[in-house]
Design a protein around this ligand. Structure first.
Ligand code: N01
Length: 533
């Protein structure tokens, strides 16, 4: 160990929402903490996803930090669903307000983290060779941050511009007069297509799987509404914490099949107006009972047919391969209407798959598309990708990558046996991507901070999940997932979007509030399932 290595209580990897809060909360408790961020600034997801149309699909007033009432009272969101620039400005404001910059090193891409069993400390190393030694290593690397660029033959021969939505350049990307191919119709593709279509000469949408998407119903927040929300913020947050998804909404008190057609339609109408992803939570049985799910599907199919003028295009845009909600429902602004424009064409890759990318564009089995630009809206190696890309070594120099070669295994999504004093914020096995990730980050970090205080109070230096606790939690997560319809979709929740990735349902599906109760129970039972020494 060289002398100039910074000695720390904790290293936090990642400067997005979770990493920012982790550094703040640990520092508040007097810890010597350093955040390491590969990018040049704060924001994580909201730093990198600068593609046109990028917006949050959870209401801005909910998708924001709750730890400081002054912050939530002072900050004004301009719209119901905030744009990426507004969220990034908010996070930069938070960083400035809580003076986080001195605790962070930017441009620090972590390449390895290794636990020294003699010293009982972690050494975290960056690509530039900087090293940081700390008692705790906390990964706040984000479940959706490792981009997936598909290995399409000829991909690198394309002579035009190309971009991945998840690593969008900072300067302006000009679509004017250009023929643009967009590959992918997940949230990123669906959000960006209407914006690209407004400028480009021609847009070709290369769709492999149709996805459910529901208009955001976005609108500016009036001063009156902002005032009302702020006056009731504490109650709004309480409801969010008591919910399944971390937003202040609870499903209709009866199942979709327990009500008649008129009542069901009324409920769907109401939830459709709420916009986007929440639609999957209108009825409590929608994601566990296929017949109930079918009622939501039929309602949505009617809407698609109303919104898209060409019947063949409407039918190609209608998903047929998964129950609605088992892939995240997209929250869009004008997606279906884009296909009523003359300059937007849908290429159905189920009928005519991509054969190769060429210097000039994309070739399918049916046609050659000459393009000036390709936008890869092809998603992420979700939940495990960002950790897999770091060489993480625990006791006996055992690699996390190897340990997780058949799928991620954690206790509570927070810890892994054999990796003492290593925490993951929003890790696989926690609700994370199925809930409001600002509140899930706060929940995890608060738990970690209290856990460390508890360790200090009892004179423990290390904490490690037991192998039995990990086995039990993995079984519980699988059991809960098996009672839902989620296993029927080839989603990134299951790793199905990455060739060769083990098919394991990665998030905890029991809900945000239930999970919070479990975290409390574990802590109150003297951190059952963990070994402290
Ligand atoms: O990625 P995705 P995303 N050839 O994996 C297609 C969050 N998010 O970046 O389904 C052709 O959902 C792929 O096709 P298929 C949100 O949680 C939120 O859009 O595998 N196509 C699919 O259509 C979201 O769920 C917001 O058949 C290929 C698309 O690319 C998550 O991030 C905004 C292909 C990828 O869709 C991921 O969303 C953005 C290939 N070789 C993201 N490979 C908000 O609204 C992949 N595809 C907050």
């Amino acid at each position: 160990m060289s002398n100039n290595v910074e000695q720390l209580d904790a290293v936090v990897v990642g400067g997005g929402i979770a990493g920012m809060y982790a550094v703040y909360a640990l520092r508040e408790k007097g810890a010597r903490v350093r955040g390491l961020e590969a990018a040049a600034g704060f924001g994580g997801t909201w730093y990198h996803n600068r593609y046109p149309g990028a917006r949050c699909d959870i209401e801005s007033v909910d998708y924001s930090f709750s730890f400081s009432d002054e912050l939530q009272q002072d900050w004004d969101w301009s719209e119901r669903f905030a744009t990426q620039p507004e969220i990034l400005a908010y996070l930069e404001h938070v960083a400035e307000r809580f003076d986080l910059t001195p605790n962070f090193t930017f441009g620090a891409k972590v390449t390895s983290a290794a636990y020294d069993e003699v010293e009982q400390r972690w050494t975290v190393t960056t690509g530039a060779g900087q090293q940081f030694v700390a008692r705790f290593c906390i990964f706040a690397t984000g479940p959706l941050s490792a981009t997936n660029l598909p290995d399409i033959p000829g991909r690198d021969t394309f002579a035009g511009e190309w971009y991945h939505t998840g690593a969008w350049p900072h300067g302006e990307v000009d679509f004017k007069g250009k023929r643009v191919g967009v590959i992918g119709t997940g949230s990123s593709g669906i959000q960006s297509i209407p914006e690209i279509a407004a400028d480009a000469e021609q847009v070709f949408v290369f769709q492999r799987s149709a996805n459910y998407t529901i208009p955001a119903g976005n609108r500016p927040l009036s001063d009156e509404l902002k005032k009302e929300i702020k006056a009731n913020y504490a109650e709004r947050r309480r409801q969010a914490r008591a919910s399944g998804g971390g937003s202040p909404f609870t499903p209709y008190p009866k199942g979709a099949l327990e009500v008649d057609e008129a009542e069901r339609r009324r409920v769907y109408d109401e939830w459709w107006q709420r916009g986007g992803v929440l639609f999957s939570k209108a009825f409590p049985d929608q994601l566990s009972n296929l017949a109930a799910n079918d009622t939501a599907r039929l309602y949505t199919e009617e809407k698609i047919a109303e919104l898209v003028v060409d019947g063949d295009v409407a039918s190609a845009l209608t998903p047929t391969d998964h129950p609605i909600g088992t892939k995240r429902i997209v929250t869009d602004s004008g997606f279906y209407e884009s296909f009523n424009r003359d300059n937007v064409s849908l290429v159905n890759l189920r009928h005519t798959p991509i054969e190769r990318v060429t210097e000039a564009g994309i070739e399918t089995t049916a046609q050659v598309y000459d393009l000036d630009m390709i936008v890869y809206a092809t998603g992420f190696d979700a939940m495990t990708g960002s950790l897999d890309r770091i060489d993480i070594r625990g006791k006996g120099r055992r690699s996390l990558r190897e340990k997780w070669s058949s799928g991620p295994r954690t206790y509570l999504g927070l810890e892994v046996d054999g990796f003492p004093n290593m925490f993951i914020v929003n890790g696989p096995g926690s609700p994370s991507v199925l809930a409001n990730m600002v509140l899930t980050a706060e929940q995890h970090v608060n738990w970690i901070v209290e856990c460390i205080a508890h360790m200090d109070a009892r004179g423990a230096w290390t904490i490690e999940a037991s192998a039995e606790a990990v086995d039990g939690w993995v079984a519980e997560c699988n059991e809960r997932a098996s009672k839902t319809l989620f296993l029927q979709a080839n989603s990134w929740y299951l790793g199905a979007n990455i060739p060769g990735k083990p098919r394991v349902f990665m998030p905890f599906i029991g809900g945000f509030a239930v999970y919070g109760d479990i975290l409390d129970e574990v802590a109150n039972a003297d951190y059952k399932g963990f070994v402290m020494s």
